[in-house]
Design a protein around this ligand. Sequence first.
Ligand SMILES: Nc1ncnc2c1ncn2[C@@H]1O[C@H](COP(=O)(O)OP(=O)(O)O)[C@@H](O)[C@H]1O
Ligand SMILES: O=P(O)(O)OC[C@H](O)CO
Length: 499
Amino acid sequence: MKKYVMSIDQGTTSTRAVLVNKNGEIEHTAQMEFTQYFPKVGYVEQNANEIWSSVLSVIAQVLNDNNIESNQISAIGITNQRETTVVWDKHTGLPVYNAIVWQSRQTSKICDALRVAGHAETFLNKTGLVIDPYFSATKIRYILDHVEGAPERAKNGDLLFGTIDSWLIWKFTHGKTHVTDVTNASRTLIYNIYEQKWDDELLDILDIPKSMLPKVKSSSEIYAFTEPDHFFGSKVPIAGLAGDQQAALFGQTCFYPGEAKNTYGTGCFLLLNTGDTPKPSHNGLVTTVAYQLKDEPVKYALEGSIFVGGSAVQWLRDGLHFFESASESETLATEVDTTDGVIVVPAFTGLGAPYWKADVRGAMFGLSRGTSDKHISRATLEALAFQTKDVLDAMEKDADISIKKLKVDGGATANDYLMQFQSNILNTEVERPMILESTALGAAYLAGLATGFFKSKEALCKMKNVDKKFYPNMSEDKRAIKYGRWQRAIESVIRYHEL
Ligand SMILES: Nc1ncnc2c1ncn2[C@@H]1O[C@H](COP(=O)(O)OP(=O)(O)O)[C@@H](O)[C@H]1O
Ligand SMILES: O=P(O)(O)OC[C@H](O)CO
């Protein structure tokens, strides 16, 4: 009987179930989109129960469509959109509020108040993170502030908090297991990454009861078994948990210090493995946990989080109606030879790393009477690459290294124009793997290592295949001119929003 590891990749816009075989190949996938709610400008919310239903649907689909029995699944790895926050009643199992999504800016006032009260250094020194609505803790505070009776219920121990990994494992086990892994914990703004524990001082500042929080575990161990009614009669070990960007780092086999990957999905997330010691950033990045295998030390990473990546291409498609499928962005962009000086700054939900300006919004520069959808599409793709350069430059300064090769993955890396431009603007080799779903692969690796389905990290490295390498072919002068224009555009949007 053929066996698989199932990855559940619960992403920002869709949920996937992916079956990975012993050779580390993806054999089957099912995917489902779910509803995004935008109750006010800058707010992004989701329905946690709909997310759970989407997980059950994709599991059913991937098994049924491919005639696979549930007992062929030897382990499950869960990977998830990070930071997105769910608070639920532990007795009824019902969320008390919508899930507040990582992109949502609705806690910017709470963040301002924390900064004004002089807490920025304390949070940074303990969590490696900057105070920004992006991270979970202010979202928990927001829910407690906006749901009647919630503070008392939380203090009585009746409410639980979890990022999506915690929520799903709690549902899979009928409320028996309330855990998270160390990578997800490291994105909450209340987890001390140096002492590896929930931080009492930060919890006090935000007035969040500790009883709400999940137990923090490694990223690769058996946490629990599925209740048979949620998994077609089988008790399957859930054996891998990781935030999706850390899972992608692991899936790209960036196991060792100095190895970096950039994932081009809804946003772009560049992570550099820095090994056993957390490296503080002095250039606008965050320090985070890369992964932890069972009974092994925690490995750390520097991260540059770019909030708008492939979602800018969705904006061209759905907002500006330039084309019907994201892949056509490449066709359109290459119908012209240049952007004709157009720069698009797609700061739709503020600027993340290395700027951290929650209130900035996007802009276009250099428009002329001749500007067309082609120029704007090309400039939008280039914006993903410029943002990546901003972050990579900061990373090289922080880590005092020169990154010789960037491994890439995620949906938008299918775009050859973008990848070639990325290589050109970084002046660095860009390596695209055969399997672009590194996130799902990483979660499968973590679960498979815990259960013996995969033998070792070294064995995983041998399974990886490269699809294409992109090498720079742009002159130094042209690179400097183009990147200089981008930097002036960024300065302008920041100044505009400071007025
Ligand atoms: N060929 C392409 N060129 C540019 N962008 C693309 C292309 N294909 C997909 N995308 C973008 O990539 C994103 C989807 O990638 P994916 O890795 O599935 O993201 P996520 O996991 O964040 O949902 C979408 O935002 C989409 O616009
Ligand atoms: O779900 P994705 O792929 O958009 O990733 C979202 C990130 O985890 C947010 O930090």
